[in-house]
Design a protein around this ligand. Structure first.
Ligand SMILES: Nc1ncnc2c1ncn2[C@@H]1O[C@H](COP(=O)(O)OP(=O)(O)OP(=O)(O)O)[C@@H](O)[C@H]1O
Ligand SMILES: [Mg+2]
Length: 421
């Protein structure tokens, strides 16, 4: 549609008759109202009697608010003043008022431009809608992938019980920690990495038919099914990967086998409790490297203090974050001229649990029962149950420790470098 602005009635009549279907206005107010409300309008023909300033004002408004509206200026003389006015105010064309064919052509061109602009705007709107839909789809796919990754992420936590001294109570702590966690409703696997003299199975009165060395037969393919076949079940929630029964076994599980075992177990149970041999051997390092928590065990005597000091300084050098360490002081009631406070101060660690020397401990071991089950009211049992609860709380979060703290992941690399050095 075309609108005409021409104060002179005769001239207005000619223009309106010539431009079929056009709307003609005598003053700017009427036209202004019309073009603001009539969005289908594609051309405004400004008649020759309209003063230049009013024509320029209208063209400037249209340039900003209705860029699809072609403003065509009719002048009796198409001189340089008229052309410069048109250029300055953004008019589409200047046509001589008597050039009727020229006026019609200019209006047709305005229609084509308006159509093209309309098409472009539609294309842009479609493209924007398309891009918004694609973005929404990508966001939904990313959210689904993140949810799936979270669902499939290993949920188990590895706790390694460690010291660099034998006979301090590692296996006592490991077995009772495992039994307590299992009793609290968590699924637990106790892994005995003391491959030369492991006694987790004996302490729980189990007779393993298969042991950790059976991993060798899997030829590196260590999955849940394979692992299930070597587990010795203690209760619904607790199973054991037992240490070899014979130390002269020809096939010995490698560090790689143990690494795969621990990684797979993280997907199978809530907690993997690892008992170790008392040295920084390859298998212990393999477990420590993957641990969310390290439980250090010592007894209240100078040789144990010395061994623990060595263990903690080595763990520090190897970049195992101290925040993951927990400390159990065993036989803390010993009258050996060394107080608990002196021990803790020298070691630089506060005990998270203290156990007393007691006949019941040995009695439970000899019965093949965990102390926490055999003597649940014993002070050591209470201390161990409470230690298991606080340990689970401190490392049992949603995200594995290594993912929460990027610096600890970095330190894992340096541990490997240091070990190889
Ligand atoms: N608090 C205690 N009271 C009495 N006996 C204890 C106590 N703690 C540990 N024992 C006994 O000491 C012995 C060693 O304990 P345990 O096997 O748990 O130590 P370990 O650090 O695992 O030893 P190893 O390095 O030989 O594997 C066991 O016979 C155990 O019953
Ligand atoms: Mg042991």
């Amino acid at each position: 549609m075309t609108a005409v602005l021409e104060p002179d009635a005769a001239q207005r009549g000619i223009l309106q008759a010539m431009l079929h279907g056009s709307k003609a206005f005598a003053d700017l107010e009427g036209l202004d109202e019309h073009v603001r409300t009539e969005t289908n309008e594609f051309a405004v023909v400004i008649g020759p009697s309209v003063p230049s300033e009013a024509a320029a004002e209208l063209a400037q408004w249209a340039r900003v608010h209705r860029p699809d509206l072609g403003v065509i200026l009719l002048r009796h003389d198409v001189d340089s003043a008229a052309l410069s006015l048109a250029l300055r105010s953004g008019m589409r064309e200047v046509v001589a008022a008597r050039d009727l064919a020229g006026i019609t052509t200019a209006v047709q061109r305005a229609r084509s431009v308006a159509n093209a602009i309309g098409q472009t705007l539609m294309d842009e709107a479609q493209a924007a809608a398309e891009s918004a839909r694609a973005q929404a789809e990508a966001d939904a796919a990313a959210a689904a992938a993140a949810a799936q990754a979270k669902a499939e992420a290993p949920r188990g936590r590895i706790i390694t019980v460690f010291s660099t001294k034998g006979g301090v109570g590692k296996s006592l702590v490991a077995t009772n920690l495992g039994v307590s966690l299992a009793a609290s409703g968590r699924s637990v696997c106790l892994v005995d990495l003391d491959v030369n003299s492991g006694d987790v199975a004996i302490m729980l009165q189990l007779t393993p038919h298969r042991t950790i060395n059976d991993l060798v037969g899997f030829n590196g393919v260590i999955d849940a099914e394979g692992i299930s076949s070597i587990l010795t079940r203690h209760s619904d929630n607790l199973s054991v990967v037992a240490a070899p029964v014979r130390i002269d076994s020809p096939d010995q599980a490698s560090q790689d086998d143990v690494a795969k075992l621990l990684e797979a177990l993280k997907r199978m149970v809530d907690f993997v409790v690892v008992d170790t041999s008392g040295t920084f051997d390859d298998l212990a390092l393999c477990a420590l490297d993957r641990s969310d928590g390290i439980v250090l065990v010592g007894t209240l005597d100078i040789p144990s203090l010395k061994a623990l000091k060595l263990a903690t300084s080595t763990l520090e050098v190897l970049n195992f974050p101290k925040s993951t360490w927990r400390f159990v002081l065993n036989r803390a009631d010993g009258k050996v001229g060394l107080t608990v406070e002196e021990f803790e101060k020298t070691l630089g660690l506060k005990a998270d649990a203290s156990l007393v020397s007691s006949r019941e401990v040995l009695a439970a071991v000899n019965r093949g029962e965990a102390l926490v089950t055999a003597y649940p009211n014993h002070p050591n049992s209470k201390a161990l149950v409470s230690f298991a609860r606080s340990t689970a709380d401190s490392i049992g979060g949603e995200t594995p420790a290594a993912e929460q703290n990027p610096s600890s992941r970095k330190s894992s690399g340096s541990r490997l470098r240091l070990r190889r050095a």
